[in-house]
Design a protein around this ligand. Structure first.
Ligand SMILES: Nc1ncnc2c1ncn2[C@@H]1O[C@H](COP(=O)(O)OP(=O)(O)O)[C@@H](O)[C@H]1O
Ligand SMILES: [Mg+2]
Length: 264
């Protein structure tokens, strides 16, 4: 990607993001990501729920010498995470966690039947996981089976780096690559697990980071409970399932507590 090298703005696990300088962004997928993954992200990003939550407009599918991916609207602003790092102690975690819970609540009000079932996706990922032995797989699959299949849209990766705060103060949810249909608690559990992480993040002081993670966890969870009410038992079961699934994509520093959470 020589021609875009100086405009790289983010490097993620699935793709690199380039600012093309004309109000557009190129999401260029890594070689190990198949075309199905790209098509599915385009489809989810163009869905009614994603548009209502401010997803970027998709402008062009790219599959040529520039790479594989798509060009989309550049949403000008800062992600919630960038804002937190820039503002430091002035950043209000409680207020932002509440906003994130409100966005989650809004997403959960959309009917998700057009998306793959969260139960099916989770089952597949558990069965394929090389981080779990057969007994662990059976244990967690039983928990999954005991959970009711929900009908809400699940973004599946709602966190502060996937929310852009625009210059006019709008909140826009991006990264609709894994949208599913199930209980909103699948989404809530996934987000809470991110805050349970103890792994370091480049460029941050681990002690401060962990303090802020605890605050995010607490304020997000209580804001969600105030909005939707929560069955603690059901949430704990979703946490166990999501911990099992998330093992494969997490830093090894997080593996032990995730396994413990899974077995609770
Ligand atoms: N449409 C967009 N407009 C502005 N910035 C974007 C846009 N899409 C992505 N980004 C930036 O790139 C980062 C990574 O993009 P994202 O789609 O979340 O990819 P990943 O799957 O790697 O997390 C985001 O956190 C955000 O900073
Ligand atoms: Mg992202």
């Amino acid at each position: 990607m020589e021609i875009f090298e100086q405009k790289l703005i983010a490097k993620g696990g699935t793709a690199d993001i380039y600012d093309l300088g004309n109000g557009t962004i190129f999401k260029c997928f890594h070689d190990d990501k198949n075309d199905y993954c790209i098509e599915s992200e385009i489809q989810c990003t163009s869905s009614k729920v994603a548009i209502a939550l401010g997803a970027p407009q998709i402008l062009e599918r790219v599959n040529d010498e520039r790479g594989r991916g798509f060009i989309m609207e550049n949403i000008r602003g800062q992600t919630m995470l960038e804002k937190m790092f820039v503002q430091g102690a002035d950043f209000d975690i409680k207020e932002n966690a509440q906003i994130m819970a409100q966005l989650q609540y809004k997403i959960s009000k959309f009917d998700g039947k057009e998306f793959p079932s969260g139960h099916d996706v989770m089952k597949e990922r558990i069965l394929q996981s090389s981080f779990l032995d057969d007994a662990e797989k059976n244990y967690v699959l039983k928990i999954l089976d005991s959970l009711p299949q929900g009908t809400s849209v699940c973004h599946s990766d709602l966190h502060p780096a996937n929310i852009i705060i625009t210059e006019s103060g709008e909140y826009r949810v991006i990264d609709w690559c894994d949208t599913m249909c199930d209980s909103p608690l699948l989404d809530v559990a996934r987000t809470l697990l991110i805050y349970k992480s103890v792994a370091p993040m480049p460029g941050t002081n681990l002690e401060d980071l962990n303090k802020s993670r605890v605050a995010w966890y607490y304020f997000y969870k209580s804001a969600w409970e105030n909005l939707a009410g929560t069955s603690e038992d059901e949430l704990n079961k979703w946490l166990a399932v999501l911990a099992a699934v998330k093992l494969a994509e997490s830093d090894s520093a997080d593996h032990q507590w995730m396994k413990e959470l899974m077995k609770n």
